[in-house]
Design a protein around this ligand. Structure first.
Ligand SMILES: NC(=O)c1ccc[n+]([C@@H]2O[C@H](COP(=O)([O-])OP(=O)(O)OC[C@H]3O[C@@H](n4cnc5c(N)ncnc54)[C@H](O)[C@@H]3O)[C@@H](O)[C@H]2O)c1
Length: 284
């Protein structure tokens, strides 16, 4: 398939290179001509002026900078609006860039208004979030642990795009998770929040261990050794935790750490969230 990559940085290049290995026809575009020179020197096709005629897919891999602690999606928005004016034949836009939940549904409306084109007839927009680690980008793109594919919630509209995206990713033998666009957008952020929380949790333990002079490695290894516990509890959500041990031991640990002069902020947050879950209005 013919695929245009818009934004040829870490994500754009690794996506393009992997899709090229899978025998697609890849064309890179970027506003940075040096990036394009480098790609061209290495035998890749590039375009210096944005156009998408004849492309089955256009991958959006432009940056999402952080602005005052918020994800700034304005470059992605501007790029998609610009692209909507270039639609001639039916095309599928794939957002790889990081966006906030609801971004795609909202941008599609703006694209339709801007260009007089219609989703499902002239174009479709799919969210395939990127989970790669930047230090081994191509490797992670070639061997991802999962591929999340976020489609328009009206699946009827997306029938043709589903067929094409399935075909595109078919050669990569990994679990594909099909869901709605908004869910896919949230999965990307939730996935990284999970990693961050896990590290902060381990760091909270680490700091407690340091304070009482015990080996944190041993503690972490012992926790992770009970893999059957993860089987039971890993997926649990939607209700507060209870029982004879979890709330009691958590309370006990929080007050004990206070006694050794450590303020266990994460553990205290865990307690607060659990209390709130008991009262949760939107949970039933
Ligand atoms: N790098 C990672 O590990 C990683 C992982 C997951 C998701 N992401 C997300 O992927 C997106 C891209 O990240 P990246 O790391 O590849 O960024 P990057 O800075 O490496 O590359 C972005 C490229 O887009 C180009 N660009 C900027 N504005 C453009 C425009 N208007 N039109 C065309 N090209 C334009 C830049 O010149 C640059 O070459 C971001 O949304 C990021 O959050 C990155």
């Amino acid at each position: 398939m013919k695929i245009t990559i818009v934004g040829s940085g870490i994500v754009g290049q690794s996506t393009g290179k992997v899709l090229k290995m899978l025998e697609n026809d890849i064309i890179f575009y970027d506003i940075d001509s040096k990036r394009l020179d480098e790609l061209e020197k290495n035998g890749y096709n590039v375009i210096r002026q944005l156009q998408i005629k004849g492309s089955e897919f256009v991958f959006i891999c432009v940056p999402t900078p952080e602005k005052n602690g918020k994800l700034d999606t304005s470059i992605i928005e501007k790029t998609l609006l610009e692209l909507s004016l270039l639609i001639s034949n039916y095309v599928i836009f794939v957002i790889k860039s990081t966006v906030v939940p609801g971004f795609s549904d909202s941008i599609v409306k703006k694209m339709e208004k801007e260009s007089n084109k219609k989703e499902g007839r002239d174009f479709d927009l799919i969210v395939v979030p990127e989970f790669l680690r930047h230090w081994c980008a191509v490797q992670d793109s070639m061997h991802p642990t999962k591929i999340v594919i976020g489609l328009n919630s009206s699946l009827e509209i997306s029938e043709y795009s589903i067929k094409l995206i399935k075909e595109l990713y078919e050669p990569i033998k990994v679990k594909k998770i099909y869901t709605e666009r908004k869910t896919a957008e949230f999965i990307k952020l939730a996935n990284n929040a999970f990693y961050s929380t896990r590290i902060s949790f381990m760091n909270e333990l680490y700091r407690i261990c340091k304070r009482i002079h015990i080996n944190s490695e041993k503690v972490v290894q012992a926790i992770l050794a009970s893999s059957e516990d993860f089987g039971t509890h890993a997926m649990e959500h939607g209700h507060a935790f209870g029982g004879a041990c979890l709330p009691k031991d958590l309370d006990g640990l929080i007050s004990w750490t206070k006694g050794i002069g450590y303020d266990a902020k994460l553990l205290k947050s865990v307690k607060i969230i659990n209390e709130e879950m008991k009262e949760c209005q939107e949970c039933s």
